[in-house]
Design a protein around this ligand. Structure first.
Ligand code: ZN
Length: 459
C-alpha cells in the first residue's frame, strides 16, 4: 500500500544518504558506453528498480550511430626513471576519455601533441573527450607541461574500443493517468561531482521517494549518457512521445550557488510557470534563463522534430562554476545541504504539478510565417545532427560557453540556434533577436547548412 504523503522530517532529511551514494559512485570511470556506466546503474538499482537497457554498437539512432564500446583498465606515462608521472589510477580524468589503446616509447615532442591542458585553469586537470574521432591522450595541469623534458617517455593505455553496447537506465512510476512527466539526468561523466553525480544521486533518491506515494501523473526517470543516450532513447521511443507532457533535466545541483531554472523552448510552458512559482515561494535568490539550444539533453528533447517542453533545474549552471569540467569538481566542492535542498525543490515542483494537474496543452503555433521572409526548415529535425562527421563541430570536446572573440565558437553557436528554430515558423531575424547573434553571421551559417543539406529555404 502506497503512502499519500511524504514527511519533511522522516523522509526528506537525506543529506547523508545523497552524499554517501556520491562517494560510492565517485571513483568509477564512466563514459558514454562501457562498464563504468553499467556499474553505476547497478549501484542505483539497489535504490530503485531500474530497468537497464543495452543497445548494440552500430545501431542507427536518428542521424547518429551508436559507437563502439569503450573500456579502460589502466593508463600511464613513465619517465626515463620508470616513474609513473601521469597515472590513471590517481585520477581517471588524466585520460582523454575514449582513448584508443597504445603502448610505445615516444619523444617528449610527440607526447606533448597528446597532452591536453587548460591555460585558463593552469593548476587543474581538465576533463576532455574524443568519442567520435579515434585519438589518444592524457590530460594534465597546464603548469606541468614545462616539466616534460626527458628524451623519451613510455606511454601505455590499456583500453579497448570494440563492438558492445550503449547502456542506460529507465524507471517508471505509474500514476493514475498515463500522461508522463520525464525526469532526465546523465551518467556519462567520470569522477566529476557537481557535473553530474549530483544530478544522478538527487534524481535517484527523488525517484525512490516518489515511488512511495500515489501520484496522478506517471513519472519516467532516465539515467542516460549525455547526447547520444538522449538521442538513443528518443529514437527508440519516438512512437510513444505523445504521452510525455513535460519534464525536467536535473544537472549540477550540488554546488554552493542558488538555483537556476532554464526555461523550455517556448519560454512559457506550464512547467516553466510552475517551477518559477515554486522557486519564488522559497524566498531564496534564484535566476531564470531563457531557453538556449545548447547545454545538456534539453537540446535533444527540444529539437524541432521532438519539441517536448523540458526545463532544466540547476544551481550555478554548467559552464559557469569555477570547477566545471576539471578535477576540482570533486567531493570537496560539493555541499551536502545543497544536494538535499535540490531534492526538496524538485519534490516541491512535482507536488505542485500534482496539485495543479495542468492539462499541458501546448499553445497553438501562430501561422504567421507567410508574412515573414528568410524562413528555413531544418531537414534533420529529430535531435541534433551529428555535426562532427560533417566537420561542423570540433571533435575534441570543449564547452559551448559563448566566447564572442572566438569565431569558430560563434559559428557553432549559430548552427545550434538556426537548427533549433528553423521549424518553418521562425525567421532568421527572429532567431537573431532570440540569440543575440548578428544577422550577417546567421545568414552565412544558413548558407553553410544548406550546402551540408541540413537546411532548406521555404519562402
Ligand atoms: Zn559536463
Amino acid at each position: 500500500m502506497k503512502k499519500t504523503k511524504l514527511s519533511l522530517k522522516r523522509d526528506l532529511k537525506v543529506e547523508q544518504k545523497l552524499y554517501s551514494l556520491m562517494q560510492e559512485l565517485f571513483p568509477i570511470c564512466r563514459s558514454i558506453t562501457g562498464n563504468g556506466v553499467r556499474k553505476t546503474l547497478r549501484i542505483l538499482k539497489e535504490e530503485i528498480d531500474l530497468k537497464i537497457i543495452n543497445v548494440p554498437s552500430g545501431t542507427k539512432v536518428f542521424d547518429w550511430k551508436i559507437p563502439n564500446e569503450w573500456n579502460i583498465r589502466d593508463a600511464y606515462v613513465k619517465n626515463s626513471k620508470g616513474e609513473r608521472i601521469i597515472d590513471f589510477h590517481k585520477s581517471n580524468l588524466h585520460i582523454l576519455n575514449y582513448s584508443i589503446p597504445i603502448k610505445k616509447t615516444i619523444s617528449s615532442h610527440e607526447l606533448k601533441n597528446h597532452l591536453y591542458s587548460l591555460p585558463e585553469k593552469p593548476n587543474s586537470i581538465p576533463y576532455v573527450t574524443s568519442y567520435y574521432k579515434k585519438n589518444w591522450g592524457f590530460c594534465v595541469p597546464h603548469n606541468s607541461l614545462k616539466s616534460f623534458n626527458d628524451d623519451a617517455y613510455k606511454v601505455h593505455i590499456d583500453s579497448t574500443l570494440k563492438p558492445g553496447s550503449l547502456t542506460y537506465g529507465e524507471f517508471l512510476i505509474k500514476g493514475k493517468i498515463k500522461d508522463e512527466i520525464l525526469i532526465s539526468t546523465y551518467i556519462c561523466h567520470p569522477s566529476l561531482c557537481n557535473d553530474n553525480l549530483s544530478g544522478i544521486v538527487v534524481t535517484t533518491i527523488l525517484a525512490k521517494l516518489l515511488s512511495k506515494i500515489e501520484t496522478y501523473y506517471s513519472y519516467r526517470f532516465l539515467f542516460i549518457p549525455e547526447t547520444i543516450g538522449a538521442i538513443t532513447w528518443l529514437s527508440k521511443n519516438k512512437k510513444n512521445l505523445s504521452k510525455i507532457k513535460s519534464g525536467l533535466v536535473v544537472t549540477c545541483v550540488g554546488g554552493n550557488g542558488g538555483f537556476t531554472y532554464k526555461k523550455t523552448r517556448d519560454n512559457n510552458s506550464e512547467i516553466d510557470k510552475i517551477s518559477i512559482d515554486v522557486l519564488k515561494h522559497t524566498r531564496k535568490k534564484f535566476e531564470t534563463r531563457d531557453f538556449f539550444p545548447y547545454g545538456s539533453d534539453e537540446r535533444q528533447y527540444s529539437s524541432p522534430g521532438i519539441d517536448l517542453p523540458i526545463g532544466v533545474l540547476m544551481r550555478t549552471p554548467y559552464y559557469e562554476f569555477k570547477e566545471y569540467h576539471t578535477a576540482d569538481d570533486n567531493l570537496d566542492s560539493i555541499k551536502k545541504f545543497a544536494l538535499n535542498d535540490s531534492l526538496i525543490m524538485l519534490l516541491k515542483i512535482i507536488l505542485q504539478i500534482e496539485k495543479k494537474k495542468p492539462s499541458f496543452n501546448r499553445n497553438q503555433k501562430n501561422e504567421t510565417s507567410k508574412l515573414k521572409s528568410e524562413i528555413y526548415q531544418n531537414l534533420n529535425p529529430y535531435c541534433e545532427p551529428q555535426l562532427g562527421r560533417r566537420k561542423l563541430y570540433r571533435n575534441i570536446s570543449k564547452s559551448r560557453l559563448v566566447d564572442k572573440k572566438n569565431s569558430e565558437n560563434m559559428v557553432e553557436l549559430s548552427i545550434c540556434w538556426i537548427l533549433n528554430f528553423s521549424d518553418g515558423l521562425h525567421s532568421l531575424k527572429e532567431i537573431s533577436q532570440k540569440s543575440n547573434l548578428p544577422l550577417k553571421l546567421l545568414r552565412k551559417t544558413a548558407k553553410l547548412l544548406i550546402e551540408k543539406k541540413l537546411l532548406k529555404k521555404i519562402n
